[in-house]
Design a protein around this ligand. Sequence first.
Ligand code: SF4
Ligand code: SF4
Length: 315
Amino acid sequence: MLKQQKLTELIRTHALKLGFDACGFAKAQYLPNEARRLEEWLDQERHGTMDWITNYFDKRVDPTLLVPGSKTVVSVLASYHHPKHKDQIGVKDQPLISKYAQGRDYHKVLRKNLKKLFSFTEELLGGLEGRIFTDSAPVLDKVWAQRAGLGWIGKNSNLLNKNIGSFFFIGEMIIDAELSYDTPVTDHCGSCTKCIDACPTDAIYEPYRVDANKCISYLTIELKNEIDKKYQTNIENWIYGCDICQDVCPWNSKSVLAQFEDLHPRDYVAERDLEFWENLTPKQYDEVFEGSAIRRAKYEKFKSNVEIVADNLSS
Ligand code: SF4
Ligand code: SF4
């Protein structure tokens, strides 16, 4: 047992050395409560047009089906907070882009570093089977991070960590080694309702539950079709994503500087004004968003968001 604990701590220490802000361990197993909650949410069609969420349901709620033979889910957090991020609270006269998307594509950054953590673990244990994930497969990442003691899922449905708030990415290694498991953290939202009160579209329809159909992040990123007229004014000045329910969360006063420099905001994304975005050509789009998560959205979708924001700002 002591050996297992020691190995676990060596992996955690290495994750922190690589630049992750936290690392935790949970036993890989079927998640009956989450399966029930997810099924209910899907039945109510709260997922909008994101039909891919309905795919691989069994694997999504059971990592041992996703990675046969797996015993452990290792979760890591990587902050993307930077003091250069402009204060977005109450800003209604400028176009806004969600903070997470202002740096290099997090999939690339996390993947690179998770590979290093996997190799370290493989060498340490003398062999390892498993896979790494960065928001790239049917994995309930927030649930696994919560079970690994890295935080609790708040009323805004984000994972909150007492030491670093919620401006971070989550990655996982699902592996066949048995390790020592962490204790889940209890909920520290208490009687706070700031995120629910601040959401401009009432997308948080009850504590801990978000209706994607009304969420600005979904409307400006995931929704491939044109945004319905009735929601167009709701997106206000958000061109890509929405941070409001995180910006108002008191725990984000704890945010820490992103250790992976690639996740720092790029001035040539963060500092642009509406006129620049309105005149953006497809070629400039590719240049400005080279290596960025925004490039995953299509130029046409991005430009359509810009047009709606331009309308909202001029009215
Ligand atoms: S991201 Fe924005 S729209 Fe979505 S729940 Fe949070 S505050 Fe509401
Ligand atoms: S704003 Fe308040 S209720 Fe919402 S997630 Fe943060 S602590 Fe929880």
